[in-house]
Design a protein around this ligand. Structure first.
Ligand SMILES: O=c1[nH]cnc2c1ncn2[C@@H]1O[C@H](CO)[C@@H](O)[C@H]1O
Ligand SMILES: [Zn+2]
Length: 339
């Protein structure tokens, strides 16, 4: 199967970080406009923004975000990277994407959460007008932030719910900050009927997945550690939890180290609702096309399987039944004869 054909298949993405998907040339443009030169040449920049293959941990992977964040502190910059992300995904025929970001990481120079959220929504909307890709935003609390800061993000999610924002996530270093530290925060989000997708099971601990789904997450980011615990895997299956797998990222962060340990097949065979995502297009140097191409090489998955993975993503999306129906129909009618 050709990568070019995979590129043309309609796709849905539920797990993509805005700040991890800033293209190097866009960052250079921001640096120039803001009069704040980057410490790297154009030739060096892409590799500095990408996590290395021999990255040791999620924590090391997350260090890549330090380069880009200083340039994302104005509404104009935030609007531009949001628009540019839609341009990127349009190139590979993504029909719907949920874009996540932590507003407080863009608030270091005085922007309010509302200004930040509105800048993202404006960029996504402009992207939809130009490229026709539908999208919504997810707001992330950060594990290392204070409870009151994270509460402010939950409140913002509530205020913008179904007006450009459709859910809440908690991101950051899972190894140091397990899920049960956030029980009150997640309970508050549940009280507001906010849909939840939480990073969990990325750092080897299946218990974080169990805690997250028991607190009300209908989706989990990564979830790789479920492979180690049959009871928790069964619980996810029973609940129909959507597992947002991000293959390239999962190897970089050392969620897995060997291909034979990657649980894609195991999760498929167990009937889990898995879907495929990039996590971070720049930091992981990837696209959905590359992720599906990898899965095709590793497991020989065919177009029908890819279509199913995209239907799973639609089922997990935080959108109305009517919108889901339209996306299911799009996927079904886009049958692509690749033989
Ligand atoms: O795979 C991941 N696991 C946990 N946190 C992540 C991952 N990728 C990105 N972020 C974190 O989420 C923040 C908001 O977008 C990013 O700044 C990064 O710190
Ligand atoms: Zn992520």
């Amino acid at each position: 199967m050709e990568e070019q054909i995979i590129q043309h298949l309609p796709k849905i993405e539920l797990h993509c970080h805005l700040d991890g998907s800033v293209r190097p040339h866009i960052l250079e443009r921001l640096a120039q406009e803001q009069g704040n030169p980057l410490p790297y040449s154009s030739a060096e920049l892409a590799s500095k923004l990408t996590a290395p293959e021999d990255c040791e941990s999620l924590l090391e992977y997350l260090e890549r975000f330090d380069i880009v964040l200083p340039y994302l502190q104005t509404a104009e910059a935030i609007e531009l990277i949001s628009y540019d992300l839609i341009e990127q995904v349009a190139e590979e025929n993504v029909a719907y994407i949920e874009v996540r970001f932590a507003p407080l990481l863009f608030a270091h120079q005085g922007l309010t959460i509302n200004q930040i959220v509105e800048a993202v929504i404006a960029g996504l909307k402009r992207g939809e007008e130009v490229f026709g890709v539908k999208s919504n935003a997810l707001l992330c609390g950060m594990r290392h932030h204070t409870n009151s800061d994270n509460k402010a993000v939950v409140e913002a999610t509530k205020n913008y719910l179904n007006n450009g924002v459709v859910g809440f996530d908690i991101a950051g270093d899972e190894a140091q900050f397990p899920a049960d530290l956030y029980t009150d925060l997640i309970t508050l989000a549940k009280k507001y009927a906010i849909p939840l997708t939480l990073h969990a099971g990325e750092c080897g601990c299946p218990q974080n997945v169990l805690t997250s789904i028991k607190l009300g997450a209908t989706r989990v980011g990564h979830g790789i550690a479920i492979a180690k615990d049959d009871a928790i895997l069964a619980e996810c299956k029973e609940r129909g939890t959507v597992i947002e797998m991000c293959p390239t990222s999962n190897f970089q962060t050392k969620a897995v180290t060997k291909l034979e340990d990657y649980p894609f097949k195991k999760f498929m065979d167990a009937g889990l609702n898995i879907c495929i995502n990039t996590d971070n297009r720049t930091v992981s140097n990837t696209t959905l096309t590359k992720e599906y191409t990898k899965l095709h090489k590793w497991y020989n998955i065919d177009y029908r399987c890819m279509e199913q993975l995209n239907h799973n993503a639609v089922n997990g999306a935080f959108i109305s039944d009517n919108e889901k129906e339209q996306l299911h129909t799009l996927l079904k009618t886009a049958y692509y004869d690749y033989k």
